[in-house]
Design a protein around this ligand. Structure first.
Ligand SMILES: [Zn+2]
Ligand SMILES: [Zn+2]
Length: 263
């Protein structure tokens, strides 16, 4: 079925092309081709089209009139459709919960990494002490080199010079590092958080327009709808089962009562 004809079916009913007196094959809500999720409320396949949560297209019929006929029928809430719908939505919700957990872990990992980078260079007293130690060594070596040179020990003086150069390089590296130690307040990256509804990464304290864009986005709206519908369905189904239990109990009692009260 093309998207356009599906849309027209949804707006005007399956028999939109039939003349008033035509005998049409009226479709019934229990027909195989009818999307039962749609009868219970909405078709989840339509929530996330063209997003990364896309559930694929539903090739069953979504028809408002059929939905109304079902909801007005005596089988409403008694055909097991709502239970199936609830199970399906709970599965979708489990998927997004997994994504929320995974993104929390990713966020935590990246925060730990940033902290490690900041802590990596030796800081403060420990750092200064290393440089002072190298200074002492280098001064001592230079004195020795001078003495060896004076004594004509050119080879020894040269090999000690090499060592001394190495220590100087080491000292330079440490000094550069000290200059490079970043102020934790200036390097603080934008703080992120995970949306507890759709699992997306959000910037803490982001501009209101961007927050609104997120809240109105297909994925966020879709999962918010799933969450609300799950709660709603659970309540409805519980009420329905309490009612039917009371009904069964009443029938049972009436059957056992030798003098039933006829209402
Ligand atoms: Zn459907
Ligand atoms: Zn969200």
């Amino acid at each position: 079925m093309t998207a356009l004809s599906a849309m027209l079916d949804e707006l005007m009913g399956k028999n939109r092309n039939a003349a008033p007196n035509d005998k049409t094959n009226e479709i019934h809500w229990s027909d195989e081709e009818i999307c039962k999720h749609f009868l219970c409320g909405f078709c989840p396949a339509e929530l996330f089209t063209n997003t990364r949560s896309d559930l694929g297209t539903c090739n069953k019929v979504h028809d408002e009139k059929t939905k109304q006929a079902y909801q007005a029928s005596s089988r409403y809430m008694k055909s097991g459709y709502e239970e199936d719908f609830l199970r399906f939505l709970q599965q979708c919700w489990q998927d997004v919960e997994r994504r929320i957990r995974r993104n929390h872990q990713r966020l935590q990992l990246s925060e730990e990494k940033t902290q490690k980078v900041q802590q990596a260079p030796p800081t403060g007293a420990e750092h200064d002490e290393k440089i002072a130690m190298l200074n002492d060594k280098i001064t001592g070596m230079l004195e020795n080199i001078e003495r060896l040179g004076g004594e004509g020990e050119v080879e020894q003086a040269q090999s000690m010079m090499k060592l001394c150069d190495q220590l100087k390089e080491e000292r330079e590296a440490l000094q550069n590092q000290k200059g490079g130690v970043m102020d934790p307040f200036t390097v603080q990256e934008k703080q992120m958080e995970v949306c507890e509804v759709c699992g997306a990464f959000l910037i803490v304290g982001d501009a209101q327009t961007r927050v609104d864009d997120h809240l109105m986005g297909k994925q966020h709206m879709g999962y918010a709808k799933i969450k609300a519908t799950i709660a709603d369905l659970k309540e409805k189904l519980q009420k329905a089962s309490v009612t039917s239990m009371a009904e069964r109990k009443r029938i049972h009692e009436t059957a056992n009562d030798p003098h039933p009260v006829i209402e």
